[in-house]
Design a binder for this molecule. Structure first.
Ligand code: EPU
Length: 470
């Protein structure tokens, strides 16, 4: 297992390019199950989730090959297997995206339920509701979804839930409905660009979908889908992470290959926080010269601030001049990064679906644990802005969803080393001795006292320092 050792305080300067979107590539790869012939995908990022889904697809009789030019070639050579095994699905919940394509093309699917998740409760009831409406018979037995339909039939389906629509649920129902008999209407569909990208891919294969990017989709079923060559959209979450990296390090960073229209909310909020963002076509140059302005921000379904950027924005706001409130309405429990940020001197606490962040003048490098993909990115951002060295452990989460992020960041001035996670590789600056007890590692003298209403809670910076000082 690897960990990252980060030397903080290096402003990022230069130019980086955003790769293909993980969350578009995964359902598109799964939808290749439903094609006849060889699908060629360009812009599929090189990351662990893609490798995991490739294993799932191979177990389902597909060949999946990364070619010399970087494209991914997929072909269904054996259409008999329909089992997506727990051992693979538990590693990545997006494996559930094979359910819709299997059902529409092979008429049956046996897909493991993914189980628990660090970012909160993630049921798939809406996926199953949509597929049942299309005529699938579905049971859950021994931890697996067993689905069967001789021929799916078009239907009117509503996919809204308590937390909005469902991204992968819309992908599953869409991938099934394209080969159903008759017309399907999906209302309450997810509008995320990754769903649109899947829809564009299916349309390129011969599907008839209209309304993509709106909550109302109409699908006229067809009898067959042809294989095509297709390029996946750039990753808006990677783009947002890079923009925040430029801002949090007070650098000047040009981020290329992004679709600014898909990042409107993120760009707006970053400007509100005090970053300067100049947009030229598919590039955005971010710079920031003063402390962030505190804000009240809510993660919402598209086109709102993505929940996948909530943790990274939180990292930036730990350094704001005042109190910020970050609410997550998509995954209300997605706050496991907060206690780790507190280890770096951040003044944060959780209140239901909100993080309350009282900005500090600086973060202090520390050893922290990543709990999930975006939390890892947030801790990396915080470490790059912190004084001194940090260590980020459990970075396999980061590798699941970012295409060599530390390499990109190092190319523009970051100082991040990937080393094997063991005690020998811990930086000496983070190894305290008995003598260190006398002098605080973090100079808290220039940090403002926590606001009154935070006092007395065990999660405040004051309380944390008090307890460790004695
Ligand atoms: N939900 C239900 N029932 C369902 C499905 C979802 O109640 O049947 C709830 C969820 O519990 C959640 C909300 O609806 O509160 C939204 O969940 P959604 O289904 O949209 O999430 P997802 O499809 O499982 C995708 C991304 C996530 C991203 C979310 C929200 C992929 C592979 N994953 O997950 O990405 O956070 O949409 O935008 O597309 C990430 O990349 O780090 C990541 C977690």
């Amino acid at each position: 297992m690897d960990m990252l050792v980060v030397q903080g305080g290096q402003p990022l300067r230069g130019r980086v390019t955003v790769g293909g979107a993980k969350n578009a590539a995964l359902p598109i790869m799964a939808a290749a199950i439903a094609a006849t012939g060889t699908t060629i995908l360009r812009g599929v990022p090189d990351l662990v989730d893609v490798i995991t889904l490739s294993h799932v697809l191979r177990s389902l009789g597909m060949t999946v090959e990364r070619c010399g030019d970087g494209s991914l070639q997929l072909n269904a050579v054996d259409e008999r297997p329909c089992l997506a095994d727990y051992e693979l699905v538990r590693r990545m919940r997006a494996s559930v995206c094979v359910l819709g394509p299997l059902l529409s093309r092979r008429r049956r699917a046996c897909v493991s339920l993914p189980g628990g998740c660090n970012i909160g409760h993630r049921p798939i009831d809406l996926h199953l509701k949509g597929l049942r409406a299309l005529g699938a018979e579905i049971t859950i037995e021994r931890g697996y979804v067993f689905a069967h339909a001789d021929r799916l039939r078009g239907a009117d389906i509503y996919l809204g839930g308590s937390f909005g629509s469902t991204v992968t649920g819309t992908c599953n129902v869409l991938s099934a409905a394209v080969l159903a008999k008759g017309t399907t209407t999906i209302s309450g569909a997810a509008c995320e660009p990754e769903v649109v990208d899947l829809g564009d891919f299916l349309n390129a294969m011969g599907a008839k979908i209209t309304g993509l990017g709106t909550p109302l989709l109409q699908i006229q079923g067809v009898s067959e889908l042809n294989s095509v060559e297709y390029t996946v959209i750039p990753d808006r979450i990677e783009a947002a992470t890079l923009l925040i990296a430029g801002a949090i390090t007070r650098g000047e960073l040009e981020v290329d290959n992004l679709r600014t229209s898909q990042l409107a909310a993120v760009i707006d909020i970053l400007r509100g926080i005090g970053a300067t963002i100049d947009i030229q076509g598919e590039s955005a140059c971010v710079s920031m010269s003063s402390a962030p302005v505190p804000i009240d921000v809510t993660a919402l379904p598209y086109p709102g601030i993505p929940t996948d950027v909530q943790a990274q924005l939180t990292a930036l706001l730990t350094l704001a001049q005042g109190i910020s409130v970050v609410t997550d309405k998509v995954f209300p429990d997605r706050f496991m990064h907060l206690p780790e940020m507190m280890r770096m001197g951040a003044n944060v606490r959780r209140e239901g679906a909100c993080g309350i962040i009282s900005g500090v003048t600086h973060l202090s490098g520390a050893c922290v644990m990543a709990s999930d993909l975006r939390a890892s990115a947030a801790l990396l951002l915080a470490s790059m802005a912190a004084k001194g060295e940090s260590v980020i452990r459990r970075i396999y989460h980061l590798d699941r969803g970012y295409d060599h992020l530390e390499r990109k960041l190092n190319s523009v001035g970051a100082q991040i080393r990937r080393v094997t996670d063991n005690a020998d590789n811990l930086p000496t600056s983070l190894m305290l001795s008995l003598e260190d007890q006398a002098s605080p590692v973090v100079d808290s003298s220039d940090m403002p006292p926590p606001p009154k209403y935070l006092l007395g809670r065990s999660t405040t910076r004051q309380a944390t320092f008090d307890s460790s000082d004695h």
